[in-house]
Design a protein around this ligand. Structure first.
Ligand code: HEM
Length: 512
């Protein structure tokens, strides 16, 4: 499905100046994956789970190749600083580096541009750093235990960043609360359903999540240790699948500081020329690049995605009959531009239609400028994974022997099993008694309690009467109390006033 260049294109010539032939942007259709006759369905190469497969590999063969010795990931060394870099390959099919080498990671795009390479490198280093730390607290652990434990911690922190920082930035807190995406600050998530199909919706991959292309800046900024700009910034077109720049001194750190402290481009219909005119171009051949938004539109057509107007009705918006019907969501000047391109309002493609909408309040608006010193970031205390001679569990700073239980907070009960601590939330049936037995302060500090007794607490002024948990709590070996049945609390009601909570506090890890 090559894309013909239309007449009047602001960048690409319509005809080849030497041959006079019509110019088209090359476009390969996605591989069909269905096994039977019926609607075409494409193959998704990556897992849909946020399982860190971009770090560890999306299939067992790649995972084996990426894994090194002693629990670590394979790495190469930075020539001047000696810090870990990703492994390299001389045979990456898309590699354009003059050195002939591209970095490889769990995802084939690790060398696509240096910002992405830096992110992959940071996760590789974090895994290897954790392995060193875990070996320090558990010198008797073997490779496999070290690897899997470091992997678990790395993937958990990656998921935490996505849910706690990235999604709220993209969707806004209203949507996060509305769809129940807010992380619990304590205890475990109880909503996992083994029957829920988590695979990626085609519309998400071919249009919706490609909004990221509008957020790109033409340059990847670099910042020094005191957040001073380091020149020159990295121009995207010079470094697509050409990661040789990563061998410059300090560059990973400079890129990470630059990415973290520079606002992204706003989410709108304007997309940098670096990817509309120069994507993957051969710098020696004029107009040899690709146009990513054009690929996005064509990809959605390749995958049979209906036009924008169809999705309006699916998303509770008015299905547009005239162009003016778009005016609540799309500014007038943008509608005027869409009218120049599409014959009718029914023809607007999903990707440009979605990008034309005004962003949701609190979502992708306003710049971020966090200049956080590394030593003020929360750290992971690996002592929580320390195995004692009796191989007990560390639960909230206390060593608990295997088979014994401990109640670290009034509404959470943990038992130490040979696999580690298993903790569960308790359901409160009598907030009165709970307050009397545990005390107001402890109840307010425990989100599992306070979310269940929120209404009761707000009614209370001074008198604090009695308590009870649903569960009978027989004595355990260590004299503590263990509930016979641990039941998850009911879902938190979003619109009720709740007592003071500390939603972003990271509690000490409970699992050993
Ligand atoms: C310089 C940065 C980037 C480059 C060069 C780039 C390039 C590409 C390319 C070439 C494709 C395949 C197009 C096709 O043939 O259909 C693609 C797909 C995609 N891009 Fe980007 N992209 C970048 C950044 C981003 C960002 C920041 C996001 C989101 C936050 C994003 C989300 C996606 C998604 C969801 C797909 C579809 C993936 C799939 O279905 O396999 N991209 N990108």
């Amino acid at each position: 499905m090559p894309i013909p260049i239309p007449s009047g294109d602001p960048f690409y010539p319509r005809r080849n100046v030497s041959t006079g032939e019509r110019v088209c942007l090359p476009f390969m259709r996605s591989l069909p994956g269905q096994h039977r006759l019926g609607p075409r369905e494409q193959i998704n190469q990556n897992t849909a789970y946020l399982d860190g497969s971009q770090i560890y590999g999306e299939h067992a063969c790649l995972a084996r190749e990426l894994r090194g010795f002693g629990g670590k990931m394979n790495a190469t060394r930075h020539p001047t600083q000696g810090k870990d870099l990703l492994p390299i390959s001389p045979s990456h099919p898309e590699c354009k580096a003059p050195s002939g080498y591209c970095f490889i990671g769990g995802d084939g795009r690790a060398s696509e541009q240096p910002g992405l390479t830096a992110m992959h490198t940071i996760y590789l280093r974090e895994h290897n750093r954790l392995v060193d730390g875990l070996r320090g607290v558990n010198p008797h652990w073997g490779d496999e235990k070290l690897f899997q434990t470091a992997r678990k911690i790395t993937v958990a922190s990656y998921q935490h960043v996505l849910y706690n920082e990235f999604l709220p930035r993209i969707l806004g807190w209203n949507a996060i609360n509305l769809y129940g995406l807010k992380l619990n600050s304590q205890a475990y998530y109880k909503g996992y359903s083994s029957t829920c199909n988590p695979t990626i919706v085609t519309e998400f991959a071919t249009a919706a999540y490609r909004i990221g292309h509008s957020l790109l800046r033409p340059h990847i900024p670099r910042m020094g240790t005191s957040y001073n700009p380091v020149e020159p910034a990295i121009l995207l077109r010079d470094h697509f699948f050409n990661p040789d720049i990563i061998y410059q001194p300090h560059i990973i750190d400079d890129i990470m500081r630059g990415l973290a402290s520079t606002p992204m481009e706003s989410l709108d219909q304007f997309i940098t020329g670096e990817i509309t005119n120069h994507l993957f171009e051969d710098r020696r051949i004029p107009h040899s690049g690709m146009d990513l938004p054009a690929l996005n539109v064509q990809r959605a057509r390749d995958h049979g995605i209906p036009p924008y107007n169809e999705y309006r009705s699916l998303c509770n918006l008015k299905r547009a009959v005239t162009w003016d019907d778009l005016s609540r969501e799309i500014p007038a000047e943008v509608i005027a531009r869409l009218r120049l391109i599409y014959p009718t309002v029914n023809d607007v493609d999903l990707f440009p239609g979605g990008l034309s909408e005004r962003p949701l309040q609190g979502g992708l608006v306003g710049p971020t400028n966090p200049r956080v010193k590394c030593n003020s970031l929360p750290t992971i205390d690996l002592n929580a994974w320390r195995e004692t001679a009796q191989t007990g569990c560390q639960i909230a700073g206390r060593t608990v022997a295997v088979g014994e239980s401990y109640i670290p907070t009034p509404c959470t009960s943990c038992i130490c099993t040979p696999e580690g601590a298993q903790c569960a939330s308790l359901r409160v049936t009598d907030c009165d008694r709970l307050l009397r037995e545990a005390g107001m302060e402890a109840v307010l500090e425990d989100e599992v309690c306070s979310s269940q007794c929120g209404e009761y607490l707000t009614r209370q002024t001074s008198v604090i009467p009695s308590v009870s948990l649903t569960t009978r709590r027989p004595r355990t070996h260590n004299g503590g109390f263990l509930p016979t049945s641990l039941v998850p609390p009911p879902p938190v009601r979003q619109n009720k006033r709740r007592p003071h909570l500390r939603p972003f506090d990271v509690p000490p890890p409970l699992l050993v």
